[in-house]
Design a protein around this ligand. Structure first.
Ligand code: R5P
Length: 260
């Protein structure tokens, strides 16, 4: 692998541990001012010291984040739909690789919609993005988006993750499911889980633990971090699972002591 590509991935997935705690705040690209992200810069400020990478759009990055930030940026480069549509799978590439480079992106993130009406175009877009990433040494993170009608089971997510890796993604982000080890085992690149909708903190810690135990390299929790009443305590507790090998029960103790 090219030096630049390897170096950028090393900034996201710590080479010493092979683990990653990402903070996702890119929701506005189709959800608008998501609860907790009305002012993304203010939301992420206390959380960034505990995150290995920040997943964000170029608009939120340029307008709300201090450019002196040293945290690696995973730049959302797909979009073109909104929550007003029934079908969210009409995404296209919305950021040029030149702009990703200008923003010093460590990685470019794109959603794929396997099984949707737009499966082909999102998979071809992923492939084209991987070509551009290869040209400039920028890794691509493929997000396996799940439509309302699709089952979040190991068979479906395993299929979507494997296709993403086969088409060239260096990292895959997906959802946790029963039998998650099958998803990981069938995917030749590192797998990170998304948190999904806000759930109780104890439950979210359980989700993070089960995903790591099943072989995920990391967690990219957005809403379950920044929508918590105690966001710093939450991200720090998740961090103990990802980087210190703690169980969810131990992380819960950490969370309880930190939230005071
Ligand atoms: C959704 O498509 C976005 O890419 C989010 O980054 C992703 O869903 C992770 O955030 P959350 O943990 O809130 O699900």
């Amino acid at each position: 692998m090219d030096w630049g590509m390897t170096n950028r991935i090393a900034g996201i997935i710590a080479p010493a541990t092979g683990r990653c705690l990402m903070l996702a705040v890119d929701h506005g690209y189709f959800q608008g001012p998501t609860t907790g992200l009305e002012k993304p810069g203010e939301t992420v400020k206390p959380l960034l010291p505990h995150a290995d990478a920040l997943m964000i759009t170029r608009g939120a990055l340029r307008n709300t984040i201090d450019a002196n930030l040293l945290t690696p940026i995973v730049l959302r480069v797909s979009g073109g739909t909104s929550i007003l549509q029934d079908d969210l799978s009409h995404e296209d590439i919305t950021v040029s690789v030149e702009d990703a480079i200008r923003l010093n992106a460590a990685c470019m993130a794109i959603s794929i919609f396997v099984g949707s009406a737009n499966e082909k175009s999102t998979l071809v877009n992923l492939s084209k993005l991987c070509d551009k990433g290869q040209r400039y040494g920028i890794p691509v993170l493929a997000v396996t988006a799940v439509g309302k009608e699709m089952a979040r089971d190991a068979r479906y997510l395993g299929l979507a993750c494997r296709i993403a890796a086969e088409l060239g993604a260096q990292i895959v982000k997906t959802y946790y499911c029963e039998g998650f080890e099958k998803v990981v085992n069938g995917c030749p690149v590192p797998v990170i889980i998304a948190g999904g909708k806000k759930i109780e903190e104890r439950e979210a810690l359980g989700l993070a633990y089960r995903a790591m135990y099943a072989g995920a390299v990391g967690v990219d929790m957005g809403r379950n971090s920044f929508q918590s009443q105690w966001p710093v305590a939450m991200i720090r507790a998740v961090r103990t699972i990802v980087h210190e090998g703690k169980t969810d029960a131990q992380a819960w103790e950490t969370f309880e002591s930190l939230r005071g």
